[in-house]
Design a protein around this ligand. Structure first.
Ligand code: CO8
Length: 177
């Protein structure tokens, strides 16, 4: 479903980005990134090294349609949710979403190459506030933006995932990934 050029674009980091190789256990059944057919959502995650925020490249396939030829708002909100949650995890906060706000600014044509940016904006005890933006990959058009409140979970409940996440991000710091 995706062209070879699309796959190459998805997998190529921009300057200052490091690829995140997330464990199969996180990706295989993920609602957002678990589809490898290209019909629904195709994503690749990166760390933006200068400020350690999250970036993702994403293409909304035909199976994400809402308005004819354009992405469903729920699919855009799901991508923002996932990216914002990932941004918090990337900074060492094992969280789940408690509240999410999404604003849809411009209709997103199916097949367009998009970039998601997500960053932690504030941490207050267990409350982690994150913001995000879904924009055109090669331009400034913003399709959607959002903010979310995430709540830190007891790391004991997340044992394996939390240590696996730490390992992935420390490998990035060592330049081995
Ligand atoms: C690596 C990829 C990551 C992908 C991430 C994707 C993100 C997701 O979609 S996660 C899935 C969707 N989210 C969920 O299913 C979460 C469901 N909710 C829950 O499990 C619980 O309500 C949970 C964990 C958020 C909070 O429960 P609990 O741990 O008992 O917290 P609790 O003690 O009640 O509250 C802790 C603090 O958070 C605040 N809080 C909790 N929920 C909310 C809320 N909805 N709104 C505002 N504040 C809240 C409380 O007021 C409290 O604040 P304070 O410390 O100031 O009193």
């Amino acid at each position: 479903m995706l062209s070879d050029d699309d796959v190459k674009w998805l997998e190529t980091p921009q300057p200052g980005w490091s690829a995140l190789r997330l464990p199969h256990m996180i990706l295989e059944d993920s609602f957002v990134s678990g589809d490898s057919s290209g019909r629904r959502l195709s994503l690749r995650f990166f760390r933006h090294d200068p400020d350690r925020s999250l970036r993702a490249k994403v293409i909304f396939g035909p199976g994400t349609q809402g308005p004819p030829g354009h992405a469903h708002g729920g699919s855009m909100a799901a991508v923002l949710d996932d990216a914002m949650g990932g941004a918090a995890w990337m900074q060492g906060h094992p969280v789940v979403a408690a509240e999410l706000t999404a604003r849809f600014k411009t209709m997103l044509p199916l097949g367009a190459r998009c970039v998601v940016e997500a960053w932690v904006s504030a941490v207050d005890g267990r409350k982690v506030r994150v913001a995000g933006r879904l924009r055109q990959g090669d331009g400034d058009t913003v399709f959607a933006e959002g903010e979310a409140l995430f709540i830190t979970l007891d790391p004991k409940k997340f044992g394996v995932l939390t240590s696996e996440a730490s390992r992935i991000f420390s490998e990035l710091d060592e330049g081995t990934s």
